[in-house]
Design a binder for this molecule. Sequence first.
Ligand code: R2B
Ligand code: URA
Length: 313
Amino acid sequence: VNMSTLLSFGYDYIKEPVHVKNPYLSTMEEDILYHFSLGTKTHDLPQMFGDIKFVCVGGSANRMKAFAQFIHHELSLPGNPNDIQDICEGTDRYCMYKVGPVLSISHGMGVPSISIMLHELIKLLHHAQCRDVVLFRLGTSGGVGKKLESSSGTVVITDKAVDYSFQPKFEQVVLGKVITRSTELDEGVSNELLQYSTEIPNLPTVIGNTMCTHDFYEGQGRLDGALCSFSHEEKLEYLRKAYDAGVRNIEMESTVFAAMCRVCGLKAAVICVTLLNRFEGDQISSPHDVLVEYQQRPQILVSYFIKKRLGLI
Ligand code: R2B
Ligand code: URA
């Protein structure tokens, strides 16, 4: 009887395993994680990934590499942070770096891109027999707030991930029918993050709902796309309604991230910095160095969380 058989018979109740919700998976002789360029026959996944405790995902490949190097430094790991290797170098769809117990992965832009990544990531964590994993999405967003609350550079910890009608649900078309899943995130992790944000200087942070859209331009009520089918006043009215429903920022992946993690028993949190206040405009016009500094803010908060959990601070 091997370990995975024992685990599948329920000897794993002490620590939280990663559930895959697919009866077909265990009948497959091999599982190829195509977009990662990894597989169960070609790679020893438990050996490569079994000690992962924190998974951090974000849209940009460069930012997730920089985050891995930052964590390498923060955890004082041996070796040169500049030498970290992209585990998914066999593909340019996503990049992946492992630094100690932390996995840093890029997911591209939008729900379809992150959902493909999450299917393969969750299977990876399952095949690797990881336990007690916490997932974070570190991202950028447009702020929806009055002055201080969501001026640019504010970090928003997501309370509920909501759709275009401000409902905490994610709709997926399966076999031609719409399936709806809940998008609740882990309240404990969010509150812990909010507490830590008060312990770090210069990290303006709020907790609020995050609206996930399927487009950056018209889908987020922007007036500056190639198409625009509404007026300035209609845009403001929609943003006001969003604000009244508790929305404090808008991005493009949170609902499917929350929904998939929840079904699979993974604790998850979404932490996005706002790059602008959407009541004030649509174009992202801050200088490059300012935007770079903003994007480090979610990283600083999550790094602090990880160090606290590891007993390093
Ligand atoms: C935030 O930023 C990207 C669009 O610029 C998108 O991936 C998101 O969620
Ligand atoms: N990302 C988004 O999805 N929207 C913004 O306004 C900024 C970043």
